[in-house]
Ligand binder design. Structure first.
Ligand code: NAD
Ligand code: GDD
Length: 343
């Protein structure tokens, strides 16, 4: 039986990825600081552990997995990564995880490792025009990400590629562009724009006002989770190491994003633009390279994924109103490793 390890399996993308790998017949181990927030993990076993501890990484990678997916990171949307308040933790936590994981993989002779980098590593100077942002993969240098989160991603994607050169590994690096969907963080401060706007619209009554950071003319593209999982697995099994964008080319302003959500919800709301962390002025995925190397690129219209996401977030809003939090049953064996970081 083929085996896969998903690091960050308690998070949004990781929990969906575990489900797909199980559907494909893999034996799957998940590792995270926590179990998934919104559904039972589909993993065969799940280790609750802190991957900043090299001992935990070695304990989790106790065999030669066929595929390792490294999604564990200290991350969030604009409200988390652009305020500056979390920079030290973001850089320290994520870089430490990546350093530890690669070392543990080499010890077990694991060869094929997927790493989730981010479009946040692209230079800020190429993302000032909201209509013409540049995110070709070869535009990464001279490097000038607009956040420390982006700098850590750039460092770590380089780190993974050194292991290909020096340890004969087959690491694969993707640069995700704003992934959204059901079971993603939708409140609490780490949520991204699609989830935040769905939540605000779901909570509002007809004619209410919702708040939006900035003037709403900043642009982004958003990729639905199913397309992200498809691209992630295709890249991992391909002979192309990347880095390559995994994102949508359907760029919208944040104002337009809100309009689509309001249409889905059947609500007409006013938008109040307020100061907030806005990040780059424009960003869109550039998909020429993925098309060329994988023969595929994401193609699903934004509205399709937004409908599914809005429906799910509206349900969460209702549950929270009724103080009837989502039921969580976890039947996969859960192993907690001793916490050596705290001591
Ligand atoms: P997420 O926050 O839902 O998942 C990350 C998981 O990592 C969390 O469950 C968290 O508990 C876990 N984690 C953090 N520190 C850990 C530690 N010390 N030990 C063990 N687990 C730890 O985020 P996501 O949206 O699922 O993103 C997955 C990966 O993709 C991340 O590396 C992220 O930076 C990258 N990425 C995501 C997006 C996006 O739009 N979602 C965009 C670009 C890149
Ligand atoms: N989160 C959020 N919440 N963003 C809002 C809101 C709100 O209520 N209102 C307006 N926005 C604006 C932000 O100011 C930003 O300009 C834009 O919507 C997009 O914000 P996010 O979705 O939070 O983040 P991002 O696109 O800037 O960065 C995200 O994508 C990267 C990959 O493309 C983050 O998730 C990064 O972690 C990720 O790597």
């Amino acid at each position: 039986m083929r085996t896969a390890l998903v690091l960050g399996a308690g998070g949004f993308i990781g929990s969906h990825l575990v489900r797909e790998l199980k559907r494909q017949g893999f034996w799957v181990r998940g590792v995270d600081l926590k179990l998934p927030d919104f559904s039972e993990t589909a993993a065969d076993d799940f280790i609750v552990a802190d991957l900043r501890d090299p001992y935990n990484c070695r304990a989790a990678i106790d065999r030669r997995f066929d595929e390792v997916y490294q999604l564990a990171a200290d991350m969030g949307g604009a409200g988390y990564i652009f305020t500056g308040e979390n920079d030290a933790n973001i850089m320290h936590n994520s870089a430490t995880i990546n350093l530890n994981i690669l070392d543990a993989c080499v010890r077990r002779n694991v060869k094929r490792v997927f790493y989730s980098s981010s479009a946040c590593m692209y230079p800020a100077y190429n993302q000032e025009d909201p209509d013409q942002p540049v995110t070709r993969e070869d535009s990464a240098y001279p490097a000038a990400p607009d956040s420390e989160y982006g700098w850590e991603k750039l460092f770590s994607e380089r780190l993974y590629l050194t292991y290909n050169r020096n340890y004969d590994m087959q690491c694969r690096v993707a640069r995700y562009h704003n992934i959204f969907g059901p079971e993603g963080t939708w409140d609490g401060g780490k949520e991204k724009a699609p989830a935040a706007i769905c939540r605000k619209v779901a909570k509002a009554k007809e004619g209410d006002e919702i708040e939006m950071w900035g003037d709403g003319m900043q642009t982004r593209s958003f990729l639905y989770i199913d397309q992200c999982i498809k691209g992630t697995i295709m890249l991992t099994r391909s002979d192309f190491e990347g880095p390559v964008n995994i994102g949508s080319e359907e760029m919208v302003t944040i104002n337009h994003l809100a309009e689509i959500v309001m249409t889905i919800a059947g609500k007409s709301l006013k938008i109040r633009h307020i100061p907030g962390p806005v990040g780059v002025r424009g960003r869109n995925s550039h998909n020429e390279l993925i098309r060329k190397r994988l023969g595929w690129a994401p193609d699903e219209p934004l509205e399709i994924g937004l409908r599914r996401t809005y429906t799910w977030i509206a349900e969460q809003v209702e549950r929270t109103r009724g103080r009837n939090a989502a039921l969580r049953h976890h039947s996969a064996p859960v192993v907690a490793l001793p916490d050596r970081v705290a001591s």
